[in-house]
Ligand binder design. Sequence first.
Ligand code: GLA
Length: 407
Amino acid sequence: MTTTDTPGGTGQARSYASVFDSPVAGTWSAPGRVNLIGEHTDYNDGFVLPFAIDKRTVVTVGRRDDRLLRVASTFDEGVHEISLDELDPSAMSGWSAYVFGIAWALSVAPQHADAPAFTAAGGDVSSIDLSAASGLDVFVESDVPIGAGLSSSAALECSVAVAVTELWSLEVNRPTLAAVGQLAENDAVGAPTGIMDQSASLLGRADSAVFLDCRSLEADVVDLGFAAAGLEILVVDTHVEHAHATGGYVDRRASCERGAEALGVTSLRDLDVDDLPRASDLLDDETYRRVRHVVTENQRVLDTVRTLRTEGPAAIGALLDASHVSMRDDFEISVPQLDLAVATAQRSGAVGARMTGGGFGGSAIALVPSDQRDAVAEAVTAAFAEAGYTAPTIFTVHPAEGARRES
Ligand code: GLA
């Protein structure tokens, strides 16, 4: 990969036309996501219930007459490039690795055709062949906040994935594209994450959540009905930075694998709450609490889906609250800022609240009656000021449609 500075500068003035000469072939977009419930269950073959949000990454793409992939964006000054003949994770770094990683993952997908994510996704990747694919110019713009735990990375991967598969005429279904995105993130970026974020970004529907079984990759659309119930999701971005390629995320994943092995199951998905007494006898206290989080969280996802379908969103508050307690005390992935955001929202009118995403920073969500939204936001802002924390950014998100062609 090489990087060069080009005219055009940074900021809003920078555009596709200020950087690239090739004619525009189209514009595609993909959203970030909020996970309503089901945290650290995806890589345990469990259940998740995320929704795509109305914050999107947009890529404008043109065909080149050589084999170069070139990318530029509004958020740095460079133009990053790699040859389609030299795609390799070792040649990728920084944010452009998410873009190049998608091309690399597509190019090696045939070698992974038997991997569980690809077989469950049901799309045949064995004949993907990029040997005659044209190079592309890719310009990226985004209003998904970076580092807020709202999957700006999946939004980038998925917007690129839908663009390149169309331009390269590849027949790849959406669940398979999610597996391609996960492979890019795991092996090109180096973060051992699950398949939730890409699935939400690719499969999301307006006013709905994606109920995904991460083992079978069966996805159901679940109507959220927030607006009809007079409810909204408030996001509190704590500005505490997290990274999933290092540290806690990697450790938690390893604990889950250790727990599954000690209990003689393929993954923690194979356990339910009735197995917990046996787990408690066999495991050390810390591993037991990690396992208990995953097992109870899977059950909370199922309970949330049932409650949404039978009683509506106003009835899911206690499940959101219980999920946060489990992440705070058993999985130990919260931070004081997230706990304060959650507790303050709960005290000042939220129906329920929890941290969302991988943890160790990022955002909390609160399900709030629309007429109390401002009061909850003000209470959280005041609590952060009183605690001496950096002021959070607080905003509303709406469940939105997944990746699509814009023009
Ligand atoms: C991050 C990962 C996801 C998932 C969540 C935790 O967002 O990218 O795959 O593991 O953390 O639920």
